[in-house]
Design a protein around this ligand. Structure first.
Ligand code: SF4
Length: 352
């Protein structure tokens, strides 16, 4: 029987990438190929069923996945894409598609400006409120009947009045809806919870991105964060999880030079001191937001990095084998890259 790798993102996922309304099937595809339309100009249904979107779908049908970025996609790195028969694939194909999983990544408002994400605090342009309104209007018919709604990507939903309004007014008609909100946690307190607590009727998952329990490391990585506040809020989130108001609580850790030695203690503290269900380890990725030299120092998955060997040894720690730990990068390492200025430095020194 012929089997094929299947990724449902080609058929039911929609990622709204920015405040200009650019949309794609998956942000882990190559940026030059991923975009299928723009919400300021087109209708979601038309963009989702355009010839171009169907061309992207063909890359899965032919099993080349040629626009999917291996380093960015955890399913390719972990080789955990669903395997289905050709008959099952034919059954899943339809005449037309509409997104049932929507990631509202379009809002960049955040209280923090972590180096891996941005160079400074995001200042919204003048027309930002109008952009937020237009996108929200286009999404409305899809949001309330979706299978899964996510706010994970660029900003922090609890730090943004725009995203808080969307969540506060979300009245889903699908009782099986699951919601995932990714937050740095600083504003996930009782006051913000009051505004969205009706969402606890659905499957509600919170992903926290604190990256370290150590005050010094936290303050270095989470620029603009508030260590005392996040520690209080982690207790609050744990209480919500223990009382089943949250369906899942996940602690996320972007692996970088400053925190990779803390991986075992991060995992242990998450499970022993708080009610986290999972820990997700994510290799730092160059989304085009970091200076290449900054990225080089952060990326300990690079075999040319002086800390690389130490990183591999830490990955052997028993804590990382806990089934509740998911490593986005699997056992993969990045391509060996010399320090970006090394060649230039060599050229200059040989001239002197
Ligand atoms: S990059 Fe990965 S998750 Fe995205 S469409 Fe391709 S296979 Fe699916």
């Amino acid at each position: 029987m012929i089997h094929m790798k299947y990724c449902r993102r080609f058929y039911d996922y929609l990622y709204i990438d920015n405040n200009m309304g650019d949309i794609c099937l998956c942000p882990w595809m190559e940026p030059a190929k991923a975009y299928i339309g723009n919400l300021m100009e087109s209708d979601i249904f038309d963009a989702y069923n355009s010839d171009y979107s169907n061309k992207l779908r063909e890359t899965m049908e032919e099993q080349s996945f040629r626009y999917c970025r291996k380093e960015a996609c955890p399913h390719i790195q972990n080789d955990d894409l669903e395997s289905i028969t050709a008959d099952e694939y034919k059954r899943r194909k339809q005449a037309a598609y509409y997104p049932t999983e929507i990631n509202m990544a379009y809002d960049f408002v955040c209280n923090q400006s972590c180096e891996t994400c941005r160079t400074g605090v995001f200042v919204p342009p003048e027309n930002y409120p109008r952009q937020m309104d237009t996108i929200r209007g286009k999404l409305a018919p899809y949001l309330n009947k979706a299978r899964r709604v996510t706010a994970s990507g660029h900003g922090d939903p609890f730090a943004s009045k725009y995203m808080m309004e969307v969540l506060e007014n979300l009245r889903p008609t699908n009782p099986d809806l699951s919601i995932l909100l990714e937050t740095n946690g600083v504003f996930f307190d009782e006051a913000h919870w009051e505004r969205i607590k009706h969402l606890a009727e659905f499957k509600l998952e919170i992903v926290v991105t604190i990256n370290s329990f150590d005050k010094f490391t936290y303050e270095h990585i989470s620029r603009g964060g508030n260590y005392e506040k996040i520690m209080q809020n982690l207790d609050f989130m744990s209480r919500l999880r223990e009382s089943m108001k949250l369906t899942k609580l996940v602690n996320s850790f972007v692996i970088q030079d400053r925190n990779f030695r803390e991986i075992p203690s991060f995992i242990k503290t998450s499970f022993d001191n708080y009610a986290f269900d999972n820990v997700v380890l994510k290799p730092v990725y160059q989304w085009g937001t970091m200076d290449e030299r900054v990225y080089w120092f952060k990326d300990v998955l690079n075999p040319a990095h002086p800390y690389h060997q130490e990183y591999l040894e830490i990955l052997q720690d028993n804590t990382t084998k806990d089934p509740r730990v998911y490593n986005f990068g699997g056992d993969s390492i990045h391509e060996a890259r010399p320090y970006p200025c090394a060649e230039e430095h060599q050229r200059t020194s040989s001239k002197n």
